[in-house]
Design a protein around this ligand. Structure first.
Ligand SMILES: *Cc1c(COP(=O)(O)O)cnc(C)c1O
Length: 394
């Protein structure tokens, strides 16, 4: 089985570039150039240098001893929470802004839901001195004030999307409209392994630094580079794609994708895309998504903003439908409990998204001789308000 992208931009039957004609030239420019540019030694040297000196990579692989004892197995945490800006998203925005510069682009646009990707984009735009416009649903702007202010403090302009449900999908529509109107000078930085080809592959390659480091780091601990299992949460799927990337063909490594069960998979308030989703097209890509019978997107729900997405990247749709990856769904309350557990056992307060990956431990059969790596995608600072509310600590 082939888990890498084919020449047409598909993972099996998922992926591709289903875009309006008016976006054709923008997307073709990227398709034709992204590999030629990003695979040069010059690009890789710059990319790796920024990841090291700006982001703080390599992120540690930490053997979580007390957590391991509790589950009677060996557990390592890949500490993406220690990156500058607090999550893995910066790996991708650094890669894309370098590519934008090489393509001579001077204006950056992005869409954001909770604001995490918006902040990561505003950060690299400040770093490079490029104009930055972030589209965000009006409802999300109201809900996510600290991130809106962060973006503004970093010099970005936050433009409200006022149509539809005034959330992420509406912000995405606005960003696409902007890109159509500004095809020459503007680069659209997408925040996960979603969107038309080449975005899913491009973002997966930028995030693949996660598994490249994991292989070396596990070697140091165990004298082997492959764990028995890797667990990662999946919103769009970029941290999971990065954590799985160099293990995709190593079938001795079990891949576990964890999605948000919200208030219960069948409660009407969840984001369990792989279970509830059917084949369709979202953001220019054929994949699994939550939709009504007549193809309208169903609003997802998760306690964690980063997993609150109605689709899933085409790579993950392929991994799940072929059986290469297992799926576990975690409900809101289970994620919060896992966050408390990690805080108390290891002194690490995880992001709510990452807490879903941690909570999956309860659903797996773990042998004492096995090793599991969990991708700790981000830190919990941004979620303190939610944790407080959930625990009635306000
Ligand atoms: C955005 C985010 C996610 C979800 O995005 P993916 O593309 O699925 O990785 C997960 N964890 C954190 C901390 C995030 O900020």
């Amino acid at each position: 089985m082939n888990y890498k992208i084919d020449e047409k931009g598909f993972y099996g039957k998922f992926g591709g570039a289903y875009i309006p004609e008016m976006l054709h030239s923008n997307v073709m420019e990227l398709q034709e150039n992204y590999l030629a540019i990003t695979q040069t030694e010059e690009f890789q040297t710059e990319f790796r240098s920024l990841l090291k000196h700006y982001t703080g990579r390599p992120s540690p692989l930490y053997w979580a001893k007390r957590l391991s004892e509790k589950y009677g197995t060996k557990i390592y945490l890949k500490r993406e929470d220690l990156n500058h800006t607090g999550a893995h998203k910066i790996n991708n925005t650094i890669g894309q802004i370098l590519l934008a510069q090489k393509l001579g682009k001077t204006r950056i646009i992005a869409e954001t839901g909770a604001g995490q990707h918006g902040v990561a984009t505003a950060t690299v735009c400040a770093l490079m001195g490029l104009e930055c416009i972030v589209y965000m649903g009006e409802v999300d702007i109201e809900r996510q004030k600290p991130n809106v202010f962060r973006m503004k403090m970093l010099g970005a302009e936050v433009r409200p999307a006022t149509s539809g449900s005034k959330t992420l999908k509406d912000a995405t529509n606005e960003a696409i409209r902007d890109w159509i109107n500004n095809p020459v000078d503007t680069f659209y930085i997408i925040g996960s392994v979603v969107g038309p080809h080449p975005y899913p592959d491009m973002v997966a390659r930028f995030q693949s630094v996660i598994s490249r480091e994991m292989k070396e780091q596990l070697q140091e601990y165990e004298g082997r580079s492959n764990p028995d299992r890797i667990i990662a949460c999946v919103g769009g799927g970029s941290n999971a794609a990065g954590a799985f990337y160099h293990y995709l063909d190593d079938e001795d490594v079990t891949l576990v994708a964890v999605e948000a069960g919200g208030e219960g998979i069948h409660s009407g308030r969840s984001a369990a895309t792989s279970i509830l989703g059917t084949e369709g097209i979202i953001h220019g890509s054929k994949t699994l998504l939550m939709q009504t019978k007549d193809g309208q997107i169903i609003e997802p729900h998760s306690i964690s903003a980063g997993l609150d997405y109605p689709g899933i990247g085409p790579l993950h749709a392929h991994l799940i439908t072929t059986g290469r990856a297992e799926v576990v769904s975690i409900e809101d309350g289970e994620a919060v409990n896992a966050a408390i557990e990690l805080s108390r056992l290891e002194g690490i307060i995880p992001a709510l998204e990452s807490s879903h990956a941690l909570a999956a431990l309860d659903y797996l059969t773990l042998d004492k001789d096995e090793s599991t790596i969990i991708c700790l995608s981000g830190r919990g600072d941004k979620d303190l308000q939610t944790y407080m509310k959930y625990l009635n600590h306000e």
